[in-house]
Design a protein around this ligand. Structure first.
Ligand code: ADP
Length: 484
């Protein structure tokens, strides 16, 4: 599939350190999850590679920080333009290594680029403050300064957007960055970095340290232990987030964590059912269920349960599964064998505990799994507690608003939640009562570049996107000037 990529400059397989494409001691293979086909061998860097990248970032930090906001803004704007000009090729690379349908991959490139555009604009709006003095001989200022060298560790489910969502605000704020992309999707990261170089991002300001699964652990340790790295931003599992947080304690690093979710989707009796069904399909089956804001649990009030389940099941059975490059496909393969096994485990467990199979239920060839719906779900099922991260939808029945809120909040996670209602009082009540960082009301998809994306509880720390997203990369410095 990479032969379809027209701009050959995008097909980088070496790591990017200090503006140079470099090899590691070995390479690791990247393959197409739809076919198992080998795509490329990518440079496998270890702790040494990470150290060099940190040093390169440190060397570049001063000059990048010294540029005017407008200069940084212009470079980011050029990067945005190049990402959009290469949207088709970047999407092909993504579908090849990640599996998502090509239309969805194009959508992700636009979404990824939107962060670069937004922070190109925000770069010019980083304002300090002048505070009232407590003594007429003094003046009190607050400067906003870049935090310094930053590190980012990113996942495979949004191979490009999870990088730009961190790198764009960091660069806008005046920080140099070292990125460790997922070992499953490094090609998208390298392609985006090539365009950053073309846009004029100076050598060392953006470094991409590619590594296989084992070396990712070593690279992670190096990034966390480094005194030079002042901020770590991670998107991935809660389990790895905890490890990284602990590893960052000795150097007291600033941390941004976007971790797992267990999103509830509540349909009340007064909902517009057709709209709820559309939202449910979009929220559950996008990216084959592999997003941290994908619905994990559907709670449907008893008065509309049968009707919702009927319409939902009909729509889900019509979803076309296949290779993301094929016309009309809306669900591609799962990323790896372990992901397929987890869906199977949650499904088997649900059926063993009295769940009713409504559609799907079968593993297909390779890493494909039928879009599946199971009714009569109960709170003792694995899927009620664990994030499935796949195309499996358990549907629970509930009676009262309070019961729905209690079930929805009965999790250590708190990223996204959704509910459907047309009662304005209920919309406020439930919207306020859900312990989540993001709540979609009568919508199944809510992310965009200018809203604060992030979770509460064990879903993470900090927000990405929006005005808040750049604040992560800035430190407020209080300047007290006397003898005036
Ligand atoms: P996902 O559920 O997205 O696979 P992971 O948390 O396993 O989530 O992976 C997200 C990113 O974290 C990937 O880039 C992966 O290589 C990296 N990673 C996984 N384990 C570690 C670790 N112990 N230290 C540093 N990075 C890690």
């Amino acid at each position: 599939p990479l032969k379809l990529v027209k701009n050959a400059a995008l097909l980088q397989t070496r790591a990017l350190v200090g503006g140079q494409w470099v090899n590691g001691a070995s390479t690791f293979a990247v393959s197409d999850p739809a076919t198992g086909q080998h795509l490329a061998d990518v440079a496998n860097l270890g702790a040494d590679g990470a150290r060099h990248a940190i040093q390169a970032a440190q060397a570049a930090q001063g000059a990048w920080q010294a540029k005017t906001a407008k200069e940084r803004s212009q470079i980011l704007r050029r990067w945005f333009d190049l990402l959009m000009a290469n949207q088709d090729d970047l999407a092909r690379i993504m579908t090849a290594e990640q599996g998502k349908p090509l239309a969805e991959a194009k959508g992700e490139i636009a979404y990824a680029a939107s962060f670069v555009e937004w922070y190109a604009e925000q770069a010019k709006r980083v304002n300090g403050e002048t505070l009232p003095q407590f003594d007429n001989n003094r003046r009190l200022l607050v400067l906003q300064q870049p935090v310094g060298v930053c590190a980012a560790i990113t996942p495979w489910n949004f191979p490009t957007a999870m990088i730009t969502r961190k790198v764009a605000p960091a660069l806008a704020a005046g920080c140099a960055v070292v990125v460790k992309p997922s070992e499953l999707t490094p090609l998208s990261a390298l392609a985006a970095a090539e365009l950053a170089l073309q846009a004029g991002v100076p050598a060392g300001v953006l470094n991409i340290v590619t590594a296989d699964a084992d070396n990712s652990i070593a690279v992670g340790k190096e990034l966390c232990a480094s005194d030079i790295v002042r901020h770590l931003s991670f998107t991935g599992s809660t389990e790895v987030g905890r490890i990284l947080m602990a590893q960052c304690a000795p150097t007291v690093k600033k941390l941004a964590l976007e971790l797992g979710g267990n999103a509830p989707f509540i349909v009340f009796d007064d909902a517009d059912i057709a709209s709820a069904v559309d939202g449910a399909v979009a929220s559950k089956y996008r990216n084959a269920g592999q997003t941290c804001v994908c619905t994990n649990r559907f709670y449907v009030q008893e008065g509309v349960y049968d009707e919702f389940v009927r319409q939902f099941t009909a729509k889900v059975s019509a979803l076309k599964v296949g290779n993301g490059f094929d016309e009309g496909v809306v669900q591609g393969p799962l990323i790896e064998e372990a992901a397929v096994a987890k869906v199977q485990r949650h499904l088997d467990d649900a059926l063993a505990k009295g769940g009713q199979l409504l559609t799907g239920g079968k593993r297909l060839q390779g890493q494909f799994f039928e879009p599946t719906v199971v009714g009569n779900a109960t709170q003792d099922m694995l899927a009620a507690r664990e994030e499935t991260f796949g195309p499996f939808a358990p549907v629970f029945r509930f009676k009262t608003e309070l019961e729905a809120i209690e079930h929805a909040n009965a999790t250590e996670f708190g990223l996204a939640a959704y509910f459907y209602s047309r009662d304005i009082g209920r919309i406020y009540r439930v919207g306020e009562a859900l312990d989540y960082g993001m709540v979609g009301v009568n919508v199944g998809v809510l992310a965009t570049e200018h809203v604060p994306f992030g979770g509460v509880k064990q879903s993470g720390l900090g927000r990405e996107g929006a005005r808040q997203g750049i604040e992560e990369y800035l430190e407020a410095k209080y300047l007290c000037i006397g003898d005036i």
